[in-house]
Structure formats: C-alpha cells, structure tokens
Design a binder for this molecule. Sequence first.
Ligand SMILES: [Zn+2]
Length: 193
Amino acid sequence: MVGIDFVDIFNLCGLNTDKRRGNLCCPFCRKWSFTDYGDGKAHCHSCKWSGNAFKLYAALESITYEEAREHLIKEFKIGRIKIRKKTYEEAYDSVASDLDFLARARLYFEFYKHRRRNKKYYQDKLDLSRSHFSKIINGDFDKVSKEMWIKSLSYLRQTLDLKQLEADLNKGVNYWKDSIKEEGLLEQVNKFK
Ligand SMILES: [Zn+2]
C-alpha cells in the first residue's frame, strides 16, 4: 500500500480538499466523483481516471511517473514503502468485515424503504447491473470480481449513513410516529380505531 493519502497530493498541488458524499473533486473533470479506495488507488466515477498517488501527481505536475515517485518519496519521507499484497489472514479479516458491513447495509435498505435513497440509486452510481449489485449487497463475494467488490464496498461505506440508521432504530416507536406525521398519514390512522 502506498503510504500517501490522495488528500495529501491534493494539498500539495493546491487543490480543493473538501469532500462531498465522501468524494473529492476530480482535478481532471471537476466532478465530485474522485474516490480514494484506501488500497493505494483512486478512481473517478465520471471521467474514469484511475491510478495511484504517483500517477496522479505526475499528471497534475506534467512530469514522468518516475519523477513523481521520486519527488513524493522525498516529500513524504515514505522511503521504501512498497505496494504489498495482503496476507491470507488480512484478506480473511477484511472479507469478514465487509460481510458485517453488508449485513447492516441490507438492514439500512429494508428499514428506510423509500424514505431514503434506494438500492437502485447506488446501483446506478456504481454503474452495475441489477444482478451484480444484488450479489454484492447479499455478500456473495465468490460471485463477483475483486475489483467490482472493492469499488462497491468503498463507495457504500462512504455513502450509507449507518450511524443515522442506528440512531433511527434507537428511536423505536417514535421514529415511526414522526414518519406517519411527516408522510401526512395521520388521518389514515382512524382506520385502525
Ligand atoms: Zn474525473
């Protein structure tokens, strides 16, 4: 894993480091679609730029990849940091943590139904077919590519507000009282007298 955060590169180049829905503003297409995958690579969902921190810096400074690498290693004193593969144990832990997250994500969609963005919204944002998206949401990691899995999980982790879900669940019956009110269904309750 390259020990450089993409935000650090943005800072170094004087770019805006604000995030919207977890994404940075892409320096190439200016859309808020620049996602750091946390595995040393970033990808823009709009213009499809993808690469590591060295490639990004090279493009922004119009220098070669090697020059960028040399400069950043000096700049960030990252020395001999290498992109290394995860060990089996690390991969096992990270798949288990993804499955835990997805179980909560399924609860999120079921709980909110139409009250928040539905699955279709995320499916479209990720540019996935319905069938691929449901395989991911259902945690069938044996049925999708590693790339698709990482990209989707990273996006969902950044955009699904699971803290909000927990808070709303904890409101118990009061959450539903508010939602009956907000959806203008108070009159309809008479039916159940
Ligand atoms: Zn872009």
